[in-house]
Ligand binder design. Structure first.
Ligand SMILES: NC(=O)c1ccc[n+]([C@@H]2O[C@H](COP(=O)([O-])OP(=O)(O)OC[C@H]3O[C@@H](n4cnc5c(N)ncnc54)[C@H](OP(=O)(O)O)[C@@H]3O)[C@@H](O)[C@H]2O)c1
Length: 505
């Protein structure tokens, strides 16, 4: 939704030798460049501790870009690679900065990037605050908090992009927000969630607000419930150390799924502008009912995958604590206490080693007020129509399922589908979600980035499921679901208690 074009700038990536940088960040910047969307002045400086020559780093990055970027082209890569350089230093130490600042100054002069810098923290979360303090101490932020003292026309900018996880709980997220606010203005802080770079998440707004069909029925009077799922077939693999401290609620639900929920549930903003959209999303997050401790166990299902023929059980992975109750599967039920959604539950589910990779929003409409087709045979036993599915992954698309008469003399009813595959419809291959988000940072468009209060509100909403009140649900978590299944029996039981079932379409 950017309304302005990206400014020339230098992107400084802290954590240059890391996995995220080479698998996602650099390929996504390359994609933007090869589509002609990156301003020609843009330069990229990678910072991490191990020493490397520019050319050595460029060749390291090339194989991941070749594997991950859409339509990789050797000549375009060679041209793009000239924008990239490396700076070796410990970003938590002050002696890293005089040299880095001098390098950036020379590059601004040479490339015409006007003093604009987008810092990207692609390092372990415990380094976020120490690095921000060093950036401040080195006086590399001349806009940020001090923007109002500059002439806004000629002012350059310094922005910071922060990866997830943003905090470990409500208190640590609030503490990190305070640290950031000492150095950067809120309008210069970009808390990134790459899910929001996915086309279909952004198209929720268009779907809801550019059509008249859905908005009038988008409320508790017509919608029975909403399911937001992010299911993966992969396990924890080599991320054990990180994952055993994190789990599905922190890793997926608090961040990505809560963002999707906010877009699905928000009120109509007065304009399609970042501040207005963020204000509406924030109201949703703040309207989530706080679950009382005695209701936690009945409104969640937690699991850990068991072993299989070629799968090591989560509990048996080297590095997982002996008594670990970290969930590799979580489903929670949330209630939004506002006029639009009172009484319509939102079910959020995420897990590893599940039957299928699928990320989707399922909007289940209520059955008709009067069932005129009572007694009419239905092949599924129960009506399954009146359902809208927005698919986010692996393929982006939408499916509308509605009840239809089976042709023939006898009256019989069966659900049928109307499907849209966005890739087939629009013909373009999906680019890596980080690319458009980088352009938003360069354009100063925060629509798809999280506000401070939104992050804290999302933590508040999930904290009951991480607190002692969740112990009952964690008690028998070990190996309670088979790899390749849809999660523990308790997830189905939770839905069944509400008279509902997870979507299997
Ligand atoms: N990987 C993903 O797909 C993914 C997805 C979502 C979010 N994230 C988040 O993104 C961040 C980075 O993840 P990652 O997987 O890329 O981690 P990673 O592979 O461990 O990379 C982090 C890099 O930071 C560098 N580093 C460590 N200490 C440093 C210091 N003091 N100064 C400068 N550089 C330092 C390290 O390189 P040196 O040893 O050379 O210094 C390391 O290669 C994390 O916060 C993660 O949670 C990652």
């Amino acid at each position: 939704m950017p309304t302005t074009s990206p400014d020339p700038c230098i992107v400084v990536i802290f954590g240059a030798s890391g996995d995220l940088t080479s698998r996602k960040l650099i390929p996504s910047l390359y994609e933007m460049d090869s589509l002609g969307l990156l301003p020609k002045e843009t330069a990229i400086v990678g910072v991490s501790r191990r020493p490397k020559e520019d050319d050595a780093w460029r060749s390291e990055l090339e194989s991941d870009a070749r594997a991950n970027a859409v339509g990789f082209d050797d000549a375009k890569w060679r041209a793009f690679a000239q924008r990239i350089s490396y700076y070796a230093g410990d970003a938590t130490k002050s002696d890293c900065y005089p040299g880095l600042a001098a390098k950036l100054d020379a590059m601004h002069e040479e490339r015409g990037t006007r003093g604009n810098v987008a810092f990207f923290l692609s390092v372990s979360p415990d380094l976020y605050a120490p690095i921000v303090r060093q950036i401040d101490a080195a006086q590399m932020v001349v806009e940020g908090k001090r923007w109002c003292t500059l002439d806004p026309v000629s002012a350059n900018w310094q922005r910071i992009v922060i990866e997830k996880p943003f905090g470990h709980d409500s208190a640590s997220a609030a503490a990190l927000n305070r640290e950031l606010a000492q150095v950067f203005d809120e309008s210069s802080i970009y808390r990134i969630d790459h899910y929001l770079g996915k086309e279909v998440v952004q198209s929720i707004n268009v779907f809801r607000f550019a059509n008249t069909m859905f908005e009038p029925v988008w409320n508790h009077r017509y919608i029975d419930h909403v399911q937001i799922s992010a299911c993966e077939t992969l396990g924890v693999d080599d991320r054990v150390a990180f994952y055993d401290q994190t789990g599905a609620i922190r890793d997926m639900i608090q961040s990505h799924l809560m963002q999707v929920l906010a877009f699905v549930a928000m009120e109509v903003p007065c304009r399609m502008a970042a501040d207005d959209i963020r204000a509406e999303k924030l109201k949703v997050v703040r309207s989530i009912r706080s679950v009382s401790p005695d209701a936690v166990a009945s409104s969640c299902a937690l699991g850990q995958y068991a072993g299989g023929s070629d799968v090591v059980a989560y509990h048996d992975l080297p590095g997982v604590a002996k008594d670990s109750t970290t969930e590799t599967f979580a489903a929670i039920r949330l209630q939004i206490d506002n006029w639009r959604w009172a009484g319509t539950p939102f079910y959020l589910r995420s897990g590893k080693r599940l039957a299928q990779k699928r990320t989707e929003v399922v909007v289940q409409f209520k059955p008709p007020a009067a069932d005129l087709f009572r007694g009419v045979p239905h092949p599924l036993g129960v009506p399954a129509g009146n359902r809208l599915i927005l698919r986010i992954a692996p393929d982006e698309g939408a499916r509308l399922t509605f009840e239809s008469k089976v042709p023939g003399r006898r009256m019989s009813i069966k659900p049928v589908h109307m499907d849209v595959d966005f890739r087939k419809e629009f013909g373009s291959e999906a680019v890596e979600a980080y690319g458009p988000l980088f352009l938003d940072v360069m354009s100063g468009d925060q629509t798809l980035f999280k506000h401070r209060l939104e992050v804290e509100g999302a933590w508040d909403a999930v904290m009951p499921y991480l607190s002692e009140a969740s112990n009952a649900a964690r008690k028998s978590i070990e190996s309670n679901y088979a790899p390749g299944s849809w999660g523990p029996a308790s997830a189905d039981a939770m839905m069944a208690r509400d008279g509902r079932a997870w979507n299997t379409d």
